[in-house]
Design a protein around this ligand. Sequence first.
Ligand code: TXA
Ligand code: MG
Length: 329
Amino acid sequence: MKTGLTTLILPAGPAAADTAARTLHAGGLVAFPTETVYGLGADAANAAAIAHLYAAKGRPAFNPLIAHVADLEAARRIGRFDARAVLLAEAFWPGPLTLVVPKTGDCPVAELATAGLDTVAIRIPAHPVAQQILRAFGGAVVAPSANISGHVSPTLAAHVEHDLSGRIDLIVDGGPVEVGVESTIVGCFEAPMLLRPGGLARERIEAVLGEPLTRPPADVESDSSQPLAPGMLASHYAPRAQVRLNARNVAPGEALLAFGPERLPGCEMAASVMNLSVSGDLDEAAANLFGYLRSLDAKSPRGIAVMAIPEDGLGEAINDRLRRAAVAR
Ligand code: TXA
Ligand code: MG
């Protein structure tokens, strides 16, 4: 579905930030870089713009969005921060962390963006281009990852263009992103809950809290109509090729997504090989993950074999995304 829009692509800078702010005020859709992945922004207070955003992404409207703001003062106009939420905000914002907190009484974020929940997800991104756009705009911007729903998230402006050209108004190109997986989402509930592993390692959050994060009950993840821990549709981030995890060999015609220095049996027969991090660095692997999945998938291999990746640090987020990519559709 093309909406017939002409999508303008501008290099990041003050002029692009002004155009982005004007486009958002007019109810338009603007893709911009954050340190995690490219986001597709709309004015958080404009329900019509948010409806267009869901349509452009082909996204189920029960999946609520993250409100992005420039600073803690703006965050407090949207959500209520208890002592623990303040602790996390002060330790990790701006950065790759999203906090789910109760809405304020006069929360300006449209109901459509929060899917009727009485909580709201908030993030202060660290990327200078995102900061520049948020400050030029002056309000909250809801922004899911700037991809067609179900595709892998974009880490380059070219990925956004591939998925959304003709469906959105503007793409601000700020080059490759740094982190490469989406933000970690923490629910500031009675017991703080890890709703989505992401670009900030669980260990770092637990060290600040002085207590472990709980996980949502297992049945929530498989029930796609249940909005407590969304982003959690079982099949998500999916390439077209079938993804095979914890591979110990490569079958003829398969592509290989490698990790670390080991060479798997059969890798000389692979359709294509990309290594997330030859040295086994999980931060480097996270930054490469979505781009490499897209590149391998573009070669239309018989399947994509993925080597085992350790579960510590950003490995938890990488394995979460890979498990979703591997769900058969
Ligand atoms: O890094 C990121 O978080 C990127 C960049 C653009 O900021 N954004 C992103 O947005 O990944 P999205 O829409 O792809 O994922 C947002 C997640 C979804 O899983 C959504 O269900 C969850 O946040 N979410 C939003 N509001 C929520 C709420 N009130 N309670 C629980 N989960 C919520
Ligand atoms: Mg997404």
